[in-house]
Design a protein around this ligand. Structure first.
Ligand SMILES: [Zn+2]
Length: 147
C-alpha cells in the first residue's frame, strides 16, 4: 500500500448529508484541515461521541472538540446489499470504528477503498474525508499496522 492522501475522495456515492448544528458542526467540518476532532472533557479528559454539550462520564459542560489520531479498528460491521434507493447499487460496509484514543469510543462510518469482503472485525483502519458541500464526511480505510 502506498502513502495515503487523507483528502482523497472515493468514487462518488450518493449520501444523505447531516444537518449541522452548534453541537455537531465541529465534527462534520473537522476534516477541512485533515484532522478528525472528537469532543473531549476538560475536567476528566474523556472523549464523548456523538458530540453533545455535556461529558458522558462526569456531566461537565467543559467539552471541546480536540484532534485525534484518526486511527482505529473495526469493532463491528455490516455489509449492505439492499439497493434502498435507485441510485444505490453497490454493496457498502457500515461499521462501528473504535478509535484508538479510548475504549468504546465509536464512530459510525463506512469502510472504503477496499472490497467489502475484505473487511474484518478488528481490522486496523484510518480516517479519510469525503468533502460534500459544507461537510467533510469521516470515512475509514484499511491501515497498515504500525502506521
Ligand atoms: Zn468529563
Amino acid at each position: 500500500m502506498t502513502a495515503i492522501d487523507r483528502h482523497q475522495a472515493p468514487e462518488e456515492t450518493p449520501r444523505q448529508l447531516p444537518l449541522l448544528d452548534s453541537a455537531n458542526r465541529a465534527f462534520w467540518q473537522s476534516g477541512a484541515d485533515g484532522h478528525l476532532r472528537i469532543c473531549r472533557c476538560a475536567d476528566c479528559r474523556a472523549y464523548t461521541h456523538p458530540p453533545q454539550p455535556r461529558c458522558s462520564f462526569c456531566r461537565s459542560a467543559k467539552v471541546q472538540p480536540e484532534p485525534v489520531s484518526g486511527r482505529g479498528r473495526v469493532k463491528t460491521f455490516t455489509v449492505n446489499v439492499q439497493a434502498w434507493t435507485p441510485v444505490l447499487s453497490e454493496p457498502f460496509v457500515f461499521a462501528a470504528v473504535e478509535l484508538e484514543e479510548q475504549f468504546e469510543l465509536y464512530v459510525l462510518t463506512n469502510i472504503v477503498n477496499c472490497p467489502v469482503e475484505a473487511v474484518t472485525i478488528d481490522m486496523p483502519v484510518e480516517v479519510l474525508f469525503e468533502e460534500r458541500e459544507d461537510v467533510f464526511l469521516p470515512l475509514f480505510q484499511p491501515r497498515e499496522v504500525g502506521r
